[in-house]
Design a protein around this ligand. Sequence first.
Ligand code: ADP
Ligand code: MG
Length: 248
Amino acid sequence: MTLRLDDIHVSFGNVRAVAGVSLTLGAGDRMGIIGPNGSGKSTLINAISGIVRATGAIAVDGHRLRSGSARTAARRGVGRTYQTPQTFTKLTLIENVMLGVPTAERRGGTGSAWWRPRERRRTAEALDVLVTVGLDDLAEQPAAILTYGQQQRLALARALATRPRVLLLDEPAAGLNSAETQALGETLRAVNAGGVALLLVEHKMDFVSALCPRVAVLAGGRLVADGPPGDVLSRPDVIDAYLGVPHA
Ligand code: ADP
Ligand code: MG
């Protein structure tokens, strides 16, 4: 899997949210994107996942994604989570996850003989994903009972159920305590080791530095740095961009 962004721009009226971002992400990569509030991080994820329209080229394995088409992005293996976890509180965890598991193509009614084994397979796949995020014990419970940290895990499970090849995460550690953050890091490493590339927007520097061998910095919609976290986070211009104050 290769995700390639070439000169991506997104504007909302006069606001240039993303202003000429180019980057390439490979199959085994874990890349962090940091930057101050309003620097375009969520908008970049929205552009890649087809939630907002963008100019420039976004391609997965050389296949150009249609701007603003979430369906095209999903079909090419782009999965994502949102800054606020998206879960259905009245549904059980397994039902939440099954909404993401690709449905078997319709060849008969839901009562026909072929359907049942496939439904069982979908259920088994959904349960596997709940095991991955450590929520399988709660599979039959309604999502309403979950803590915030568990909701984040369920949202991750829902994204994994789409079998992404590249997973875009929008501040996955926000609102998590340190034990939950640590556990999330371990889960994401395991997901990545299974061949899923990670592009992770995050505020928690320690978390990003520990998880991502490569970190990019967005400021005012532009990438101002891209490299190993130790190098990037010590650059004076990055510190300026991040803190929004002149470097002494
Ligand atoms: P970040 O995630 O880095 O905090 P965002 O991508 O959410 O930043 O926002 C970047 C800029 O684009 C901000 O100025 C924000 O107000 C603006 N913006 C984001 N989404 C929209 C939208 N749907 N409509 C109008 N302006 C938006
Ligand atoms: Mg954001």
